[in-house]
Design a binder for this molecule. Structure first.
Ligand SMILES: [Mg+2]
Length: 171
């Protein structure tokens, strides 16, 4: 389980030190959508989202949304945030990560998401840099609640080992 500890843990995507990522040589940012950018109840980008992605584009990052959600849900984000989208990513399965690694230098890729079972484990299984963020909203669909059950078990273990404690952010 140890290899599934996120490289960085922040409260939200707005608290990430993007300058530091830049200095580390990172170039490609792959964001999860649901409960990372917006809540499950929303379906268009927020003003805060737009502002952040403008800033990231200006900083020279290439941004993507890498989501298990469907194409229809992702389209408004593609248009308003100027990002490429990967839909139906089937995280944590390796298949779609492999496609990305083939195309982009994996040492320059950062994955960002709110779930241990999908975002963190998916990236770490492929030896990718991953940032874990707190979820935006507790209201989640049943399949996410299913993953959260296992997440709680893992987080409990990490807490015992003093490795990752909810609310104790690090970079
Ligand atoms: Mg999510």
């Amino acid at each position: 389980m140890e290899k599934y500890i996120p490289n960085m843990y922040k409260k939200s995507i707005y608290d990430i030190n993007y300058k530091k990522l830049k200095q580390m040589g990172m170039k490609y940012l792959f964001f999860d959508l649901d409960n990372t950018l917006i809540s499950y109840l929303d379906n268009i980008p927020t003003d805060e989202n737009i502002k952040l992605f403008n800033k990231l584009n200006k900083m020279g990052f290439k941004c993507f949304i890498f989501s298990n959600s469907n194409n229809k849900r992702l389209i408004p984000f593609k248009e308003k945030l100027n990002v490429e989208i990967f839909t139906g990513s089937m995280k944590p399965l390796k298949k779609n990560y492999k496609k990305i690694i083939k195309k982009y230098d994996k040492d320059k890729c950062v994955f960002i998401g709110d779930q241990i079972m999908t975002d963190v484990i998916g990236a770490k299984r492929n030896d990718l840099y991953v940032i874990f963020v707190d979820r935006i909203d507790d209201r989640e669909p049943i399949y996410t609640k299913f993953w959260r059950f296992f997440e709680r078990i893992i987080l409990k273990k990490y807490k015992k080992q003093n490795k990752l404690i909810k609310g104790k952010y690090y970079e």
